[in-house]
Ligand binder design. Structure first.
Ligand code: HEM
Length: 419
């Protein structure tokens, strides 16, 4: 067996490696390589002290995990450690892992019934209208900081765009979109603010559902209201809540990472002066090398079984190692150059629960990046590249901030002309 690479979490762990240490490791590919050599394509990891799970890193094993719903459930009420009280109801794992009564916690036919309305609503999004709205949102945000000559493109830009874009696509006007943004900020604040934020968030969306029941329009809320697969007002509301909230962190991380790549890697920087690789290639490279969900929770074994030579016990939690699967040597030959046009990564997961929003997500991300790169003249990173770090988490490697400088100007970014 090889020695763990420098910066690898193996240096600190005697038992199963903590998942958050893997996420924070200096080199994900080196850490996954070491873990694979040690355990094969499915490895034991620690979620929090005393709570373990399996990290699935092999492509074939990920397909089996996500597609075989008779063996692996999305419903965390099947999680043995939760049922047996090993995981506290107040655990920090709760927001990502505890059961939710919506599409994300359902299996089989019930999942398909709740999922179809989301697929249909997203397919009906008017892309031209979305493009114009996102461009306007980005330009408004840029106008607010352009006079300063510096900004944090995470907190002042990438974190705000997904919510405003999805609020608009849902049918909210700009003022309601900003109210929703404030409610979301409170939701992630203190415990007391969080409850109030959640109440306001749902209240704004419930009002929108009622308005669309009275008068239909061409938006996500109207599609959900009209969908015959949704049986109650609450199912319509929860479907809208999940559509608006599921893309927040992921989309914001995708925009920030791709901007970082384009500002730090000369293959992309040159594009601004007519070079070869552009925004879509940057977005693809991020999905291969640093997908927004590094580790996606979870599936729960319904029976004793085997996966990747490991004996899995009924009730075990299995984490989707999306970043790891992308480096599976059985499907991917790593090289310095990205594989242009190859989108066979698992950044959006796979199987029935895979992300339904690839197309609108890419549209929003592409516009956000174009507007920043072309709307902020001489944009450059304000700190050394290695000082841009991720927030600690077992699940994601979201950039904590992306400080940039640019020259001040009063002109606006071009609309709809950059491809
Ligand atoms: C417009 C923005 C987005 C929206 C509205 C959205 C919506 C959703 C929804 C509703 C689900 C749950 C689907 C189900 O359980 O059947 C989901 C799952 C997921 N999404 Fe997205 N998403 C967005 C952006 C993204 C982005 C940018 C990424 C990363 C590149 C992403 C990655 C995922 C992953 C990994 C899952 C989990 C799949 C699984 O459990 O197997 N999403 N998304």
């Amino acid at each position: 067996m090889t020695t763990p690479p420098p910066g690898c979490p193996a240096h600190m762990a005697a038992g199963p490696v903590p998942l958050s240490a893997i996420t924070a490791s200096a080199s994900l590919p080196d850490t996954y390589r070491w873990l694979r050599e040690k355990s094969g394509p499915v490895a034991r990891v620690e979620l929090e002290p005393g709570v373990n799970a399996w990290l699935v890193m092999g492509h074939a094993e990920l397909l089996e995990l996500t597609r075989n719903e008779r063996v692996f459930s999305r419903d965390s009420r099947n999680w043995g450690d939760y049922r047996n009280g090993v995981v506290s109801p107040h655990s920090g794992l709760g927001p990502m892992m505890f059961y939710r009564d919506n599409v994300t916690g359902a299996d089989g036919m019930e999942h398909r019934r709740l999922r179809r309305p989301l697929d249909d609503a997203l397919a009906a999004v008017d892309q031209r209208q979305m493009r114009r709205a996102v461009e306007r949102t980005c330009q408004d945000l840029i106008t607010a900081f352009r006079h300063r000559g510096h900004a944090d493109l995470v907190s002042e830009y990438a974190r705000i765009i997904p919510l405003l874009a999805l609020a608009h696509a849902s049918g909210l006007n700009p003022e309601e979109g900003h109210n929703l943004l404030e409610a979301l900020a409170a939701l992630f604040g203190s415990a007391q603010d969080s409850q109030e934020g959640n109440r306001r968030f749902e209240e704004i969306l419930a009002r929108l559902i009622r308005a669309r029941q009275a008068n239909s329009a061409q938006d996500l809320a109207s599609s959900l209201v009209q969908h015959t697969d949704l049986r109650s007002d609450d199912e319509k509301l929860q479907s809208l809540v999940v559509l608006i909230s599921a893309g927040q962190q992921t989309l914001s991380a995708w925009i920030s990472r791709a901007l970082y790549l384009m500002l730090t890697d000369s293959r992309f920087e040159n594009r601004l002066r007519g070079g070869r690789l552009g925004v879509d290639e940057a977005l693809d490279e991020v999905l291969w090398r640093d997908p927004p969900m590094t580790h996606m929770p979870a599936r729960y074994a319904l029976i004793d079984t085997h996966l990747g030579n490991q004996a899995i016990t009924r009730g075990d939690a299995l984490i989707l190692g999306l970043a790891a699967t992308n480096t599976d040597p059985r499907i991917h030959i790593d090289g310095a150059e990205p594989e242009i046009g190859n989108r066979s990564h698992v950044g959006f997961s796979t199987g029935p629960h895979q992300c339904p929003a690839r197309t609108p997500a890419r549209l929003i991300a592409r516009i956000a990046i174009e507007q920043a790169l072309y709307g902020l003249p001489r944009i450059a990173l304000a700190v050394p590249a290695q000082d841009v770090v991720a927030e600690p988490s077992p699940w994601t490697r979201h950039l904590a901030s992306l400080p940039v400088t640019f020259t001040t100007t009063t002109s606006t970014a071009p609309s709809s002309s950059i491809r």
